[in-house]
Design a binder for this molecule. Structure first.
Ligand code: PMP
Length: 413
């Protein structure tokens, strides 16, 4: 059973889908929101809302204080300084910012090599690929050689001597749930700029970019109990100081004349225009909620649910499960039921059992092609994905397993 506190904090959990209690297993797409976050939004809009960094009136000062305190709290969370925390609209914008700004500042140049893993979400794949076409840098891929898209250490080591300018890689795959050994990246690529996509990792594990030696870390608050429209880009100060801004406009400038402009200091140089003030401030509540729950217990609980789901799902014949199927797999179970399209599986799970799972290519088409190579079924270039977060229970896993068994049974009649 879910502790009463959690149950009360997430009103969505009381929802019924076709008369069944909702079993929300789509947290890798976005998490449910606790009351504390939603309450903060209302409270902030009514009592502290004004534009930030501009006016001197009381309300503006209150809003700016809360906004900057939020940045400080994220800086502390990541073991970074506030100047290194850029607020964006999400992981996608954070990564685009890094790529475009590296190019504009000439840090990433024609003929340089960018290494990108084939586990990536399109957010950490398309910008690197597309801009290589326009700007002429070389791109090479870190291919996972293990079981169904599992990245092995050798897959990284293979590229060691290529001296890439940039290495772009996820911390945890949004398809297979594999946790990448991010602590090893700096050893393998001592001279490269390393960008870590933390969209799936940070909600489960607060890795500190400076400790593990990565230069950029991007993540989205909506995947860790916060509102949509808020992302964080951590960027190493020495690099970001040299980088040209991504967006131009208000707030990011120091002086503007008819000849040229000079830029504001970090982090404002990368935050042009009015930011998503209220959602950013409410993100602090999400972070606090997770900190109070304790990241260790969040991690342990999700670990248990994942291992239980893997064990039970593996017993169902005709179900193909992707990823390593061992302790490296965390929070996500992607699968297909032989002969049934994942959209049909997901639709029936929803309609008959109230289970919300994602079906599709999960914005990771290059990885889908790799899964297809090893698949023993007629792989539909997509999977069903069940993903867990702090409000899920063993009961949820049981309902999922029973649901999948039933779907299989009905289709084989
Ligand atoms: N990277 C990964 C690994 C993701 O799972 C996601 C979201 N599915 C993203 C990037 C993109 O995040 P957002 O849509 O919040 O920008």
């Amino acid at each position: 059973m879910l502790s009463t506190g959690l149950y009360e904090d997430f009103p969505t959990l009381k929802m019924k889908i076709n008369g069944k209690r909702i079993v929300y297993l789509d947290s890798a797409a976005t998490t449910l929101k606790p009351k504390q976050v939603v309450k903060k939004l209302e409270e902030f809009y009514y009592n502290s809302y004004a534009n930030v960094h501009r006016a001197v009136h009381t309300l503006a000062v209150r809003a700016t204080t809360e906004f900057e305190e939020t940045r400080e709290e994220f800086a502390e969370f990541l073991g970074a300084s506030p100047e290194e925390i850029i607020f964006t609209s999400g992981t996608t914008m954070a990564i685009n910012l890094a790529v475009v700004s590296l190019l504009r500042s000439g840090i990433l140049k024609e003929d340089d090599l960018v290494l990108v893993s084939l586990l990536e979400h399109h957010a950490n794949f398309v910008p690197w690929l597309r801009l290589s076409k326009l700007h002429g840098y070389r791109i090479d891929f870190i291919r996972p050689s293990g079981r169904f898209g599992t990245l092995e250490m050798d897959d990284l080591l293979k590229h060691r001597d290529k001296n890439p300018k940039v290495v772009a890689i996820t911390g945890l795959s949004n398809v297979t749930g594999q946790r990448i050994p991010v602590e090893e990246l700096r050893n393998v690529f001592p001279n490269s700029i390393i960008l870590l996509d933390g969209a799936q990792l940070i909600p489960h594990e607060p890795v500190k970019p400076k400790e593990i030696g990565v230069d950029f870390l991007a993540f989205s608050l909506h995947k860790m109990l916060g509102p949509t429209g808020v992302g964080v880009l951590y960027g190493k100060r020495e690099l970001m100081e040299q980088m040209e801004p991504f967006l131009y406009g208000g707030e990011m400038i120091d002086r503007v004349s008819l000849e040229d402009v000079t830029f504001n200091e970090l982090p404002y140089k990368f935050e042009a225009g009015t930011p998503n003030i209220a959602d950013i401030v409410a993100s602090r509540e999400a972070l606090r909620y997770l900190k109070e729950t304790g990241f260790d217990s969040v991690h342990e609980k999700i670990e248990q649910l994942t291992q239980m789901a893997l064990k039970e799902m593996m017993k169902i014949g005709g179900v193909e499960i992707y990823g390593p199927l061992d302790e490296r797999q965390h929070g996500i179970v992607s699968f297909n039921v032989k002969g049934i399209h994942p959209h049909d599986v997901a639709h029936i799970l929803d309609q008959e059992f109230g289970i919300a799972v994602r079906s599709g290519h999960h914005c990771a088409q290059p990885l889908m092609s790799i899964l297809k190579e090893q698949s023993q079924i007629d792989f539909p270039n997509s999977t069903c994905r069940a993903s867990f977060y702090i409000y899920n229970t063993e009961e949820d896993v049981k309902i999922l397993v029973e649901g999948v068994k039933k779907v299989k049974e009905w289709f084989s009649r």
